[in-house]
Write a protein that binds this ligand. Structure first.
Ligand SMILES: Cc1cc2nc3c(=O)[nH]c(=O)nc-3n(C[C@H](O)[C@H](O)[C@H](O)COP(=O)(O)OP(=O)(O)OC[C@H]3O[C@@H](n4cnc5c(N)ncnc54)[C@H](O)[C@@H]3O)c2cc1C
Length: 393
């Protein structure tokens, strides 16, 4: 290792932390990544499908030297989109060309595998849950892990997601409830088990909106349809509603009581779901959150700017953060304070519009007339696209 480079500790091996580790490696800089999960496949599922934006997720993959691997795995057809009202009326439909690489979809698990395979396995230390980080002199930090071990580092990067243990070192801000809760359900091998639902959802995503609710399925590359059932309800509703998530038959019935006046072909996505039913409160950090740069510590991804998924930007931004931070460190290897300042300034600027969009789209879609408001938004996008690239979104 180059002796002028700092000892870098990355806490969290999500898409952001992995991209940082990979791009540092591309530039010949060592880092140690501490991940709470016990092993690579400790989680039963890595989550749904993600659309990769050219200016963020795709750019990060370019910096990581992984474009070829990405292109081999993407599903451009996953950009197909249908919008319904709760009565089952199709309001809008968009069909992607086979070669449309604007925002192609990729399964999150596949993307994580591409990044993970590209990182030197020695870099990742599994089963390391950070409980606290203590500042030392000169920007160094002491890292305390749940297994009782303690490490030190010259540069600490919190890539540890929504409930970051590193965040308190730079800001008092904490995640707040967005006003919307999701319940995630799914149907495996849908072409064979539920062909009518496979046909309804098609190759991409479907949004059925209205009455402050949503049924939002998306097809994955693994033959599964994952559906986010959204309800505008208070933060504690997921527990106070009494839905027994671990008793699937009862849970399905309880969720369906909130959709009695919805078209049965839409609620079938809940009625015929598999046995994994997951409550997911939608949390967000304050829009426009910034902080004064601190020596020796920074944040990326959800740890820095958790936002609702309604802009489809969180994973893309986390990856670009990782790539840009690595580039800043590579630019001034002997001066981590400079690298942090450069990175954070650009990060705060690019995140603000995305955080505003996420908040705006949540209010627009999970609304009494969410179906009409989203139809109007799609018309607006179509008009901008017709005007050409300079119109922008
Ligand atoms: C329902 C839903 C749908 C979404 N859809 C999209 C989408 O379509 N497009 C998009 O761009 N984004 C989407 N997002 C957002 C996206 O999932 C996140 O923004 C992204 O995963 C953030 O990546 P990250 O690396 O910052 O954090 P994470 O993916 O949360 O990774 C954090 C890692 O840190 C580890 N960790 C946590 N705490 C500790 C600790 N104390 N010590 C050690 N390790 C720790 C965790 O185990 C995890 O591996 C969605 C989010 C949700 C909830």
């Amino acid at each position: 290792m180059n002796t002028t480079t700092p000892r870098i500790a990355i806490v969290g091996g999500g898409l952001g932390g992995l991209t940082l580790a990979r791009v540092l490696q591309v530039h010949g800089i060592d880092a140690t990544l501490y991940e709470a999960d016990a092993a690579r496949y400790a989680r039963p599922s890595q989550g749904g499908t993600l659309d990769m934006h050219p200016e963020s997720g795709q750019r990060a993959l370019r910096e990581a030297g992984l474009t070829a691997e990405f292109l081999a795995a993407v599903r451009p057809e996953g950009q197909d989109m249908k919008l319904f009202d709760r009565h089952g009326t199709l309001l809008r439909e968009e069909t992607a060309q086979e070669d449309d690489m604007d925002r192609p979809e990729i399964d999150r698990g596949t993307l994580r595998d591409i990044l993970m395979d590209s990182v030197d396995p020695q870099t990742i230390h599994w089963g390391k849950y950070l409980t606290k980080a203590v500042p030392l002199t000169g920007g160094r930090h002491e890292l305390h892990f749940a297994d009782g071990t303690v490490e030190t580092c010259d540069l600490l990067v919190g890539a540890d997601g929504a409930w970051s243990r590193v965040r308190p070192l730079v800001t008092d801000a904490e995640p707040e409830h967005s006003g919307v809760n999701f319940i995630e359900v799914g149907i495996t091998d849908v072409d064979h088990t539920q062909p009518a639902l496979a046909e309804l959802v098609g190759r991409g995503s479907l949004y059925a909106l209205g009455d402050n609710k949503g049924i939002m399925p998306q097809r994955g590359g693994d033959g599964r349809i994952r559906t986010y059932v959204a309800l505008r309800t208070p933060e504690d509703w997921l527990t106070t509603s009494g839905i027994p998530y671990d008793r699937p038959d009862e849970a399905r019935a309880a969720i369906l009581t909130h959709f009695t006046d919805w078209a049965p072909e839409l609620t079938d996505l809940i009625r015929y779901c598999d046995d994994t039913i997951l409550p997911r409160p939608i949390m967000q950090l304050p829009v426009g959150l910034t902080w004064q740069s601190k020596p020796g510590v920074t944040l990326l991804g959800d740890a820095a700017h958790l936002m609702s998924p309604f802009a489809g930007a969180g994973a893309n931004l986390a990856m670009l953060d990782g790539a840009e931070l690595a580039l800043a460190i590579a630019e001034s290897p002997g001066n981590p304070a400079d690298a942090i300042e450069t990175y954070e300034k650009a990060m705060h600027e690019r995140v603000l519009p995305e955080a505003r969009t996420a908040s705006h789209h949540l209010d627009l879609m999970i609304a009494p007339d969410g179906h009409l408001r989203m139809a109007a938004l799609l018309d607006q996008f179509a008009a901008m696209d017709a005007e050409g690239p300079d119109a922008g979104r």
